[in-house]
Write a protein that binds this ligand. Sequence first.
Ligand SMILES: [Zn+2]
Length: 306
Amino acid sequence: MMRLYTHADCLQHAGGLDHAERPARLRAVLQALDHDRFAALDRIEAPRASREQLLRVHSATHVDRILAHAGDSELHALDEDTWIGPGSVEAALRAAGAVAAAVDAVIGGQCEAAFCAVRPPGHHATRDEAMGFCLFNNLAVGAAQALAVHGLKRVAIADFDVHHGNGTQAIFEREPRVLFLSSHQSPLYPSSGAEDECGVGNIVNGTLSPGAGSLEFRELWTHRLLPRLHAFKPQLVLVSAGFDAHRQDPLADLRLGQEDYAWITDQLQALARRHAGGRLVSTLEGGYDLGALAASVSAHVGALMA
Ligand SMILES: [Zn+2]
């Protein structure tokens, strides 16, 4: 049994006029998952994250700064590409709450795996700052839920978004109970994620050059990232599932196809089944070409349902 967490409020956040991170992304994802092939998904309305859940990974200053925008009637720029406005706070609370609830469900045995179809994305948000379209770090909130509420000792985060998950890395770089693995294009926003950034031995970055495709991506995961994940023997696998390394994506220069997303998903699921009783929670990060995003999410969720 696999669950899908989402909420209509996640469609209400506007990234800004003509912004790549737009409501149509989530509409494309939900439309793709409306296909008969996904009829067996158990669809759950995402709850709001609580203040307590947010404060495990964010400063009170940051949480209050975001929450102060509830009820806004106009858009405000938090940085040059991160906006907040009408509906943003509700969307952000549902996005983070989805991942925390999904973690509760897989650990509680209500489902084996879950996919959170939410926005805004989260992996660039640091303890103190919104950035890179991200307000709260949704996946970090989920990881902290697993540590603090469920007492897990080994939580792995696999991030295959084309951008480095700088926020997630910064939040957990001194937390040995969390292993963070990321494949990303370099050079590219946000310019972090060099292979010598290792945290306390719990951070593993793998970089891909512009123009790299399926072969380089699979070699990187097969030889550098997945062996570290196996050795860690995670009790829970969390996935920052960004689909902007697709060859059609307008924000980056890698050449993956949806079959590569099916492949990495198969690898991560096999690993979760071997070490973690199958417990896996994935959440949507980037992916900005609507057709490529819909096809890639279908490949990802289809593989998780197998
Ligand atoms: Zn991205």
